[in-house]
Unconditional design. Structure first.
Length: 269
């Protein structure tokens, strides 16, 4: 983060970590042997896990471009994860170089790598904070010092809310972020789900969730209505809440193809 001294980080190498496992699925190098072991367990139960992660990453890029074309030049990326190919600022700066991106993550390894990557990019910051504590996030120097909360902001919660348990009241949690940004802002969410057209499609996601229960980031599967509720009164743009493969795809997928992530973009206010 700009203007802040480096923090001592516990990289949590004693337990497999969801952020590093996701990095492994995406072909990144910021992962350890234990992460790869558990990621391979997930792949053994659902060989398309890596493809699912890649489909979600592709949705993120399309959603960022959509927000840019809608005129937004500020992004708050909550649960941003380990920097890898197709980061938000990279996608945004290819279209609008002045775009500002505030990354937030509670994983030490993600923040440490993010700060290395962004050391020479003044339009982006990385904040070490837990999205389950909105006041902490919204008061952080790397957020309020970079983003103008009088202007529209795209709030990104991509592939992160399924790591937030019901005890954290996720519907109310997301509402607090919506309330913090002005009308004309956007909310982008993707969330893995076992609410699928067939049991054959649903079962692998339950099996993968079992693997994640042994990591530092247990996963909580939710059905489509529960994921829709996360958007609250924000207005979903077309095509609504759909499988990530089917959200404004560059190349239309087979109608029966599903990656297991529900994804949507909504206009706030």
């Amino acid at each position: 983060m700009r203007g802040q001294p480096p923090e001592p980080f516990d990289l949590g190498m004693d337990r497999p970590n969801a952020a590093r496992m996701y990095d492994y699925y995406l072909g990144g190098a910021q992962n350890f042997a234990l992460d790869r072991e558990y990621a391979d367990r997930a792949l053994a139960r659902f060989p398309h896990t890596a493809r699912t992660a890649q489909a979600n990453r592709a949705f993120l890029a399309r959603a960022v471009r959509y927000c840019l074309h809608a005129g937004i030049r500020q992004f708050l990326d909550l649960g941003s994860g380990i920097p890898t190919r197709g980061n938000v600022h990279e996608v945004a700066h290819a279209i609008a170089p002045q775009t500002r991106v505030a990354y937030v993550d509670n994983e030490s390894v993600a923040v440490a790598h993010g700060r290395q990557l962004l050391a020479t990019i003044p339009e982006a910051t990385v904040t070490h904070a837990d999205l389950r504590h909105p006041e902490q996030v919204l008061d952080a120097d790397g957020v309020v010092g970079l983003l103008d909360f009088d202007q529209p902001i795209a709030v990104l919660m991509v592939a992160v809310l399924h790591f937030v348990g019901d005890d954290a009241r996720p519907v109310e949690l997301v509402a607090r972020y919506r309330a913090a940004v002005p009308a004309g802002s956007m909310l982008v969410i993707s969330h893995v789900s076992d609410d699928q057209p067939t049991e054959e499609l649903a079962a692998p996601h339950r099996a993968v969730a079992e693997v994640y229960r042994e990591t530092s980031n247990p996963a909580y599967l939710r059905d489509r209505p529960s994921i829709r509720a996360l958007f609250g009164d924000a207005t979903l743009v077309d095509p609504g809440l759909v499988d990530a493969l089917h959200w404004c795809p560059d190349d239309p997928p087979d109608p029966g193809d599903h990656c297991g992530f529900y994804a949507g973009v909504a206009r706030i206010g």
